[in-house]
Design a protein around this ligand. Structure first.
Ligand code: CO
Length: 443
């Protein structure tokens, strides 16, 4: 039998490789595809007819930045058991004609903010560029992943001598303060060539790009007892990875397990591949049709479905513990955080909260509870947005972390494993409800 500590260590090593190898949502999806291919899943295309077989697993992507994987049970199914997270993280995004020359001595790159980032951590550290390029082909356009896998850029701070008030709070001007230094004057006209070289194409073949800056610092384990992990993009790739691990380890049950990863949560989810799109609904409806079910049977299945919206949560901060609710205080390494909000920014209610607690108990993993302080407005996530497209009983959860939306975040070394275990139980089971307020679990 493996010791508990080894299980945590093992999944953290895998998680850190996944985080380091996924500088953008496109790369996260590519890495998940690889894991699914290896596990024998079949790729479906939205533009082709779906023929699904019982006992087989499938996945489909949209925009190469969102992915949904599912497995059809051997027997007729009850409903869908869904866990949804997001593939994107706040970052600086390259604009077109990116090079800006300063007095013929410097070349900077023009960027804009993607999402609600903490700006300061992006300064004074090695950065690089990743994303996708759209290239001209003989008969149209094709997409290529790109990652300039070396220390390339830096956004330098202004010296304290030139702003004596720098430590009294600083208002970042995104157009002035956040442009990275790409090179000396001779770097001019080099940017697109470099990207083309990395993408394995000619610069003149590139018609357009979706490129982001990313932090070059790798994930690491730290703390006296190795109790924390620090890494880029823990929000929300930590949940995404745990969901996929649980999905791949699940036993076939009475429902269709659905691992769902959506892009653009950080900018409001209202893209064709976001939580506010038809992506999840389209996939569930196509499963329904492919299995020869009618629309009545689709709605019956939804009533017996359950969704876990998994997006990271705030741990009590060691330096500012008073920022957390006085009565509900989540800490790293103490389990999955169930998130509540009276104004329903989080979908959790007494029923979905109770169902999720039962899942955690079955998985033998700890859970804790998060509320915002009553005098603070918190963030939002994908649960309630997704519910306007596919209305199923939903709970909002996450793993406790610090420094959310920094480009280097901190989380607990035990919690990924806890969520992977809860996900495994979720995906192996069914939560049956016929709409009269009572639910029974088929484990
Ligand atoms: Co998030």
């Amino acid at each position: 039998m493996i010791k508990e500590k080894d299980m945590f260590e093992e999944i953290n090593q895998e998680l850190m490789a996944f985080l380091d190898g996924s500088p953008t949502s496109f790369h996260a999806v590519e890495n998940m595809k690889r894991m699914l291919d290896k596990a024998g899943f079949h790729r479906l295309l939205e533009g082709k007819r779906w023929e699904l077989e019982r006992g087989a697993g499938y996945y489909v992507t949209r925009n190469d930045s969102s992915l949904i994987a599912f497995r059809i049970p051997d027997k007729d199914y009850v409903g869908f058991q869904i866990m949804a997270g997001h593939s994107d993280s706040p970052a600086l995004k390259l604009k077109a004609n990116a090079e800006l020359v300063v007095e013929k001595k410097y070349v900077r790159l023009n960027v804009e903010k993607y999402g609600g980032m903490l700006c300061a951590p992006w300064l004074d550290r090695p950065l690089s560029i990743a994303g996708r390029v759209a290239v001209r082909t003989l008969d149209g356009v094709a997409s290529r992943l790109v990652n300039v896998d070396r220390d390339l850029l830096i956004i330098p701070n202004l010296a304290i001598h030139m702003n004596r008030k720098a430590n009294e709070g600083y208002e970042f001007n995104a157009q002035r303060d956040l442009l990275p230094l790409f090179g000396g004057g001779e770097a001019k006209d080099g940017f697109l060539k470099l990207v083309a070289e990395e993408a394995g194409v000619k610069a003149e073949e590139i018609l357009d790009v979706d490129l982001f800056l990313y932090n070059r610092m790798k994930s690491t384990v730290l703390g006296m007892n190795r109790e924390f992990i620090a890494a880029p993009r823990l929000d929300d790739l930590q949940c995404v990875f745990a969901s996929l691990k649980g999905f791949l380890a699940a036993e076939p049950g009475h429902s269709v397990p659905v691992h769902c990863v959506l892009d653009n949560e950080e900018v409001g989810s209202s893209t064709k591949q976001g939580a506010d799109s038809t992506f999840l609904r389209d996939v569930l409806q196509r499963i329904n049709s492919a299995m020869g079910r009618n629309s009545e049977e689709y709605l019956t299945a939804l009533a017996s479905s359950f969704m876990v919206s998994a997006d990271n949560a705030h741990s009590v901060h060691p330096n500012q513990p008073d920022k957390a609710d006085p009565g509900n205080r989540p800490f790293m390494n103490e389990g999955i955080v169930i998130k509540y909000s009276a104004n329903q920014k989080y979908t959790t209610d007494a029923i979905s909260g109770a169902v999720f607690k039962a899942i955690c108990e079955r998985a033998e993993v700890p859970y804790q509870v998060f509320f915002n302080r009553s005098d603070m407005v918190g963030g939002s996530t994908l649960g309630n947005i997704s519910n306007s497209q596919v209305a199923v009983n939903t709970v909002d959860i996450g793993l406790p972390q610090l420094a959310m939306h920094s480009c280097y975040e901190t989380a607990g070394a035990k919690d990924t494993w806890y969520l992977a275990e809860a996900a495994r139980v979720l995906y192996s089971s069914s939560v049956c409800g016929d709409g009269d307020g009572a639910y029974h679990m088929l484990w």
